[in-house]
Design a protein around this ligand. Structure first.
Ligand code: ASP
Ligand code: MG
Length: 600
């Protein structure tokens, strides 16, 4: 007999008929022999309406009272759902967050879960009841009602699945799964059968409409298989699972567009330890969320550091960047208010070469200029002019034939393997008190040092469409495996493109580049170390970059290159700094020394 958590979103319980339909679904699983825990959101637009009502009285409303108010939406839903299940002849009981002992911190309207008691739920399940739990809410240590942030019922559901050691967490919603890209923008987009947690997190902007990012981070941390599916049909949806269970069919799984970004570049940044930290410390202090960060190799003692922010944050970010630029002795700042980020994501990129080349070539052929490039292990992001954003997304989708099924769909009856995460089923503050006081805290899973690579830099590459494609075409046909790619925005007509390759392939790589740009200047550097920080929760916890840069600055370690993604931060330093760099990062993120325990 299994245990299933089913979560029904607001649209799935909007009226009495829908509540009854959801109840029937839970009952079916119950009759099939599973223990069933149902998590529900507030009906329809209830939460929005309650917030509006509060604002008519007091704007902004006091946070504690707002939580008291908006938590009632879910309380209505659980009561109705329990009545529905009982009316259909199966025993059921509803609980609020407080009643099951879902304890959070005290940050009203955006609280994070600390622990969940399971005894009351297990008792009810053992006595044959379907258990209905209110999503989105908890209580803090002083029994104040808290809520988890908009969309938080997903997080409640995944958290319950984790502590109850459920076989799966089913998310019933008004879409039938996760798509290769937003079908409203690219009509050929296809529903995915499976996607890994990391792919889903890297495609955050894609996933955002479907599930709360925090719930995916949570699922990854506790190894909870998620099945996103439609409340209105029995069709299989999309499984969000561990890497081993996800699809390996293609090199690219999905692509996404973040349309409204703005780029800021700090020019003439002195090439010495601590300056990047100073810059991002100030930005973090202003509570501005930074998306991409790109820094390429320094020339003649200075470098450019670029980053993107939401277009809405541009004015404020410019102010902070301007002050910071003065403070660190940079030459000035430059910006572009009209950019979009296009990303392709796929765990197959770890083993397929030439993925970058295919993307760059297709964009080049369409005359779309690439302003910036940054990569992680499973993601390549490019920044393009906003007017080309949608076209670039369509091109990416087509280039990797994402509209075609990968072959995994044959396994319609896919069952995820039970992941043996050490954290599952035993989550209480006591066990984790020292290292991690709350279930949802940021977890840095790994810091890595790689000293096997060399860097190739192509200087003064013309800043026109198709140039990077040209370079990577040669690289890829020479069979060179490219890891990190960084291209910062060009100053004037030229740009510098850097990438890392295995040191054993340095000569081949350099020759290939020279074939591509016969009159180009190519610089090879093998005095380097790559330091990476990988984490769960990096997307929703700001300040990881600041902490990483700060730790390196404290050790007087100079950062030569930076690239970022949603789950990973990579920096290049010189080789000498590698070991002390990794040691200080371990310290900064409280990870054990390698001999102590192999965390992963
Ligand atoms: N009712 C809450 C909201 O609208 C939580 C949720 O729906 O997940 O944000
Ligand atoms: Mg929701």
């Amino acid at each position: 007999m299994g245990l299933l958590v089913q979560k029904f979103g607001g649209t799935s319980v909007a009226d009495s008929n829908k509540v009854l339909a959801a109840a029937r679904r839970a009952i079916r699983a119950h009759h099939a022999g599973d223990k069933v825990v149902v998590v529900v959101s507030a009906r329809g637009h209830t939460t929005d309406e309650l917030i509006d009502l509060a604002k008519e009285i007091s704007d902004p409303p006091p946070a504690r009272e707002l939580d008291m108010l908006i938590s009632t939406g879910e309380q209505v839903s659980v009561a109705l759902m329990a009545m529905a299940v009982q009316a259909l002849g199966v025993p059921a009981i509803s609980f609020t967050g407080a009643q099951i002992g879902l304890v959070t911190d005290s940050f009203h309207t955006r609280a994070r879960i600390r622990e969940i008691a399971t005894d009351r739920i297990l008792q009810a399940l053992d006595s044959g009841q379907i258990v209905i739990v209110a999503g989105f809410q908890g209580i803090d240590a002083n029994a104040n009602i808290t809520t988890l942030g908009r969309g938080g019922s997903d997080t409640t559901a995944v958290a319950l699945a984790a502590v109850l050691d459920a076989d799966a967490c089913e998310i019933y919603t008004d879409v039938d799964g996760v798509y290769t890209t937003d079908p409203r923008v690219v009509p050929e987009a296809r529903k995915l059968d499976r996607i890994s947690y990391d792919e889903m997190l890297e495609l955050a902007s894609l996933g955002a409409g479907v599930m709360h990012s925090r719930s995916i981070e949570f699922a990854k941390k506790y190894g909870v298989p998620i099945h996103v599916r439609s409340s209105f049909s029995d069709a299989n949806g999309t499984w969000i699972v561990g890497e081993a269970d996800a699809s390996h069919a293609g090199s690219v799984t999905g692509c996404a567009l973040v349309k409204d970004e703005a780029r800021i570049t700090v020019l003439g940044v002195p090439d010495r330890p601590g300056v990047v930290h100073e810059l991002f410390r100030r930005i973090a202090q202003a509570k501005i969320v930074v998306d991409m960060i790109v820094q390429n190799v320094a020339l003649h003692g200075t470098t450019e550091v670029s980053f993107t922010v939401a277009a809405d944050d541009l004015t404020q970010a410019l102010e902070v960047a301007d002050t910071a630029a003065r403070a660190i002795g940079a030459a000035g700042i430059d910006h572009d208010p009209q950019v979009s980020k296009v990303s392709i994501v796929g765990q197959g990129m770890r083993v397929h070469t030439g993925v970058a080349f295919s993307l760059f070539k297709a964009l080049g052929a369409a005359g779309i200029n690439i302003d910036m490039i940054t990569t992680s292990e499973i993601k390549i992001s490019v920044l393009v002019a906003r007017i080309s954003g949608v076209q670039a997304l369509r091109i990416a989708h087509k280039t990797f034939s994402l509209e075609q099924a990968s072959g995994d769909s044959a396994h319609a009856q896919f069952k995820p393997r039970h992941l043996a995460s050490p954290a599952r089923g035993q989550v209480t503050t006591d066990e984790h008190a020292a290292a991690s006081p709350g279930m949802e805290d940021l977890v840095i899973t790994d810091v890595e040092l790689d000293t096997t690579q060399a860097r190739i830099t192509v200087l003064n590459l013309p800043n026109t469409p198709g140039q990077s494609a040209h370079v990577f075409e040669r690289i890829s046909s020479a069979g060179v495996f490219v890891d990190m790619i960084v291209q910062n925005t060009g100053r004037g007509d030229n740009t510098n493109l850097s990438f890392t390759v295995p040191r054993t392939q340095t000569t081949q790589a350099a020759e290939a580049v020279l074939q591509a740009v016969p009159h180009g200047q190519v610089v090879v550097d093998d005095d380097l170390a790559k330091l990476s920080v990988t984490g769960v929760g990096m997307r929703t916890h700001t300040g990881v970059a600041t902490r990483m840069f700060g730790a390196l600055a404290d050790r007087n370690i100079n950062i030569a290159m930076i690239s970022t993604s949603e789950v990973r931060l990579n920096v290049i330093t010189n080789q000498d700094a590698g070991h002390s760099g990794i040691a200080c990062l371990r310290q900064a993120f409280h990870l054990p020394e390698p001999g102590q325990a192999q965390s992963k």
